[in-house]
Design a protein around this ligand. Structure first.
Ligand code: C2G
Length: 129
């Protein structure tokens, strides 16, 4: 089974890694759409690390098989078809938001890992100066 998920993955942390590992374990191939810097601006998120750096970090994870750029909200449908994804995964902070994809593939929302976030990481990075 081929799994697909999307995210910014800024300041990669164990919450992201636990999500990616659980997603990968639901199939045998994991595709990750990483938000481009421009798309992040649109999300109102200023990532600490640029796309290439965020991509480079994810590439080091054994559970990630393919990385694609995420340029828009709407591309998910064409990505799912183009990459033959059977399962779409997001953390449950997105619960219900992508149910419209369920005509194309299974849609699952996995519990977020508590007490860690890129926002907290950025605050700590800023505090270190
Ligand atoms: N996540 C998690 N636990 C955390 C933090 C994040 O499980 N403590 C999950 C999120 O639920 C998401 C993934 O890790 O599924 C990536 O999180 P973000 O990088 O914050 O992604 P986001 O900004 O939510 O972008 O089109 C979808 C968007 O690109 C998602």
């Amino acid at each position: 089974m081929r799994v697909i998920t999307y995210g910014t993955f800024d300041t990669l942390h164990y919450g992201h890694i636990l999500l990616l590992e659980r997603a990968r374990a639901m199939g045998d191939y994991l595709i990750v759409g990483i938000s481009s810097d421009e798309f992040n601006e649109g999300k109102g998120k200023r990532a600490h690390f640029d796309y290439e750096t965020r991509k480079r970090l994810l590439q080091s994870l054994r559970c990630v098989d393919l990385i694609i750029p995420e340029h828009s909200w709407e591309q998910k449908r064409e990505d799912i078809v183009a990459h033959k994804a059977d399962i779409f995964i997001m953390g449950d902070d997105w619960k219900g938001k992508f149910d419209d994809l369920s005509d194309l593939c299974e849609v699952h929302y996995l519990p977020r890992t508590p007490n860690v976030s890129s926002t907290l990481m950025r605050q700590h990075l800023a505090a270190q100066g």
